[in-house]
Design a protein around this ligand. Sequence first.
Ligand code: CMP
Length: 143
Amino acid sequence: MERTFIMLKPDAVQRGLVGQVIARFEAKGCKLVGMKLMKVDRALAEQHYAEHKGKAFFEPTVNYIMSSPVVATVWEGKSVVAIARELMGSTNPAGANPGTIRGAYGMDISRNVIHGSDSVSSADREIALYFKTEEILEYDKAG
Ligand code: CMP
């Protein structure tokens, strides 16, 4: 079954949006198979955003996700990578549909509430960065 990595960024935790954001994934029907509140260190942050190394926003983005706890999650479901991207909306909250998470809760591209994998291969890479195999749980979900 397909999996995706979703991070609720420091602004989501600081603003008390964790429950509301998680609720959208649950309501959609995505299956939660991994979750932890954690601090991200520099090595992990730089690996996470490695594809953006050299871009102007790389260093501020790395520093930002290290600045305060995040909630790292893994969700499972058919086409869950694409479904999660629909739920999140455009990277820049200023242009995101107001029905999406970034559109509803964000104002600023650097404080855009949530990160989600952009492909199945990114999801595999990101899940392996943040979770040990045994931290991803297998169980039957009703509905
Ligand atoms: P995210 O989906 O976590 O992936 C990279 C992050 O870099 C992005 O969300 C934004 O929060 C941040 N970022 C800051 N400035 C830019 C920019 N100009 N273009 C893309 N991403 C940016």
